[in-house]
Design a protein around this ligand. Structure first.
Ligand SMILES: [Zn+2]
Ligand SMILES: [Zn+2]
Length: 262
């Protein structure tokens, strides 16, 4: 049994967006009175029974997310891609370095590692006394195989995000697919038989780089997932609306949501 915690389930600008009539947030179709509509940038942790923890993506809300979820241990980090909403929290891992007392292994494709080593070059220069810089150790991975990360057997597959590829992942009968607008066939093959699936779905209407609601539901049916949880949601997707309108087996995620998976 593994524990998955959705640290954040918002789109690239979170919900609410900055702005709004009073500059206290643009909520779109979301009810500001519903706490589950307040969404930070998308990220999860996967936790084994012994506490071993894999962090998937490190967005700009990472510090507050780890505090809110009570996560003080990270054994490895996996990045799905190098968009800002998935990587700009890498600096926050400096405190995790201190807690763990070592550099953190960072798994991503060569392309993603190239981007983050350019943007966060100081994080890849080894361990400093007291970790005054984050210390990350890059491990390149490729879609199409299974790689052991912090003891978790992680099957990786390529997803089409239009502007770049992203990594989808499967651990046992759990799958995580964010930032995807078309799923290539090997992705469906990798996800076949997944019981719990978290899928990025930005809005109701079609979107150029993200799956929309109809697409996410159709993919879920094709995979045969028992439980599908939406993430990476924008301000178009109101929690109460989704509770009333999503088909059986499909539900909206929320920040702090916990799933037990096998
Ligand atoms: Zn994103
Ligand atoms: Zn993206």
């Amino acid at each position: 049994m593994l524990k998955i915690v959705i640290l954040g389930c918002g789109g690239s600008s979170g919900v609410p967006l900055l702005g709004g009539a009073d500059h206290r947030g643009a909520w779109g179709a979301c009810d500001p009175g519903e706490p589950r509509n307040r969404r930070t940038r998308s990220s999860i942790v996967v936790q084994a029974p012994d506490g071993t923890t894999l962090l998937v993506d490190a967005g700009p809300d990472l510090r507050a997310q780890l505090l809110a979820a009570g996560v003080g241990r990270v054994d490895a980090v996996l990045l799905t891609h190098a968009h800002a909403d998935h990587v700009t929290g890498l600096d926050e891992l400096r405190m995790i370095n201190r807690i763990m007392g070592r550099a953190l292994p960072l798994y991503a494709t060569e392309e993603t590692l190239g981007e983050v080593t350019r943007r966060f070059d100081y994080a890849f220069r080894g361990v400093t006394p007291g970790f005054f810089r984050p210390a990350l150790e890059p491990f390149p991975v490729r879609p199409g195989g299974t790689v052991e990360i912090a003891g978790f057997p992680v099957r990786l597959f390529r997803q089409d995000h239009r502007v770049m590829d992203t990594l989808g992942l499967r651990i046992g009968r759990f799958g995580y697919s964010t930032d995807v607008v078309e799923m290539p066939e090997p992705g469906f093959e990798a996800l076949a038989g997944v019981r719990d699936w978290i899928i990025g779905c930005f809005q109701r209407a079609p979107h150029p780089v993200h799956a929309d609601l109809a697409k996410a539901v159709a993919w879920s049916r094709r995979i045969g997932a028992e439980r599908t949880v939406l993430t990476h949601m924008g301000p178009d997707l109101d929690w109460a609306w989704m509770r009333q309108n999503l088909p059986a087996g499909v539900e909206a995620g929320y920040d702090g949501m916990m799933l037990e998976v096998t």
